[in-house]
Design a protein around this ligand. Sequence first.
Ligand SMILES: [Zn+2]
Length: 482
Amino acid sequence: MNDRTQYEPVIGLEIHAQLRTRTKIFCGCSTAFGAPPNTQVCPVCLGLPGALPVLNRQAVDYAIKAALALGCDIQPQSIFARKNYFYPDLPKGYQISQYERPLALGGGLEITAGGGKRVGLTRIHMEEDAGKSLHEGFPDSDRRTYIDYNRSGVPLIEIVTEPDLRSAAEASEFFARLRDILVWLGVNDGNMEEGSLRCDANVSVRPVGQRAFGTKTEVKNVNSFRYVQKALEYEIDRQIDVLEGGGRVVQETRLWDSASGRTCSMRTKEEAHDYRYFPEPDLPPLVVDAARLDAVRATMPELPEARRRRFVAAYGLPEYDAGVLTQSPALADYFEQVAAGAVNPKAASNWVMGELLRVLNERGTPIEAVPLAPAALAGLIRLVDAGRISSSIAKDVFAKMYESGRSAEAIVAAEGLAQIDDESALLAIVRDVIAKHRDAVAQYRAGKQATFGFLVGQVMKGSGGKANPKLANQLLRRELEA
Ligand SMILES: [Zn+2]
């Protein structure tokens, strides 16, 4: 057995994120996913002779938004280039991308793994996506490959990190945080299965203490969120095995195969695309002036990390609650509206994280479509806080509110659910319970404290769940010890 801790992995990520524009980056074709093949195409994205690209303004604004959120320096002028290579899914024979002068440089993102660190970004550039080769699903798929150009020309940003990541766990956390931010900003839908977010990784290992990097491989085709860490762990282990076996890591591109849980060689350096870049003569330089930056900045939401911190500081919520409530801007907004109307922010958090999310999950309803207004939920919480209804009754009221849209007050009044605080009414129930459960009473009096809980339960039951629990406890104990 070799000692794997003597090796240090070095990982850098290249993340392609599809921008959520309605139309493609250089033409008016739809970007909607799942349309029949080759129905969302035109001369521009098919690369027909004479067709000219026109840059999508919204795509640029989204790219700027992502770059600002990641702390990058937006370049006042960036240049589109032609990245030439031959592949059937690339009808023009080149991809329009940015090369020497990308849209944004620098920036970074904090992670907590590895004791907490900042992972630097090298650059963010804009480019168009290629089409998709379909290798299966047709009667003659053993002989032919079909091409779908619907994806050709869909706008992407490529986010390139510095080789700052030192474990699969760090890389996985970084990617998760980056995805959260892009989705939160509304610039990407975070959907890896549909390919709108893709993560390639450059991986190498070196003996601990060595400064020079080892030979790297590029791991591609990680098409599901949960595979990012697995694919990297596999590749790190594989490289260590190669070195420990006295071999040398070959610089190559490797594909992750989720079925076998392995990476396998796709092409070596000798077979790699020999890209030639030229400036794109059909597009002027992309100029981003201060006014445009300000305009995009004005549309920036408070970012998840900042919002989490504010929820802890301003509402006194535990870190855990703040993390759950800031899963999406809509959920965070909902919570804040409930908290504004409720007396107690922690109670508001408990209701939103508890009953509300449970019902939404059960029914597959997104928070954006929740039928219960935040002010109505706040009304229910106020009734509980004021001792007007018990928390178990409140759950029933919640269910009725969710179905009917009626207010908590109205349901409580109409159904006579208000808590019983009247001592003489409760005492009658307590005495009734004592008379009916002589065995339990005798056990309690003989010193078996556990029966007390049973008797309280009987009192609650006898009151239809409406007894003030504190008062019921007091009265029961008093009667039992009399
Ligand atoms: Zn088109």
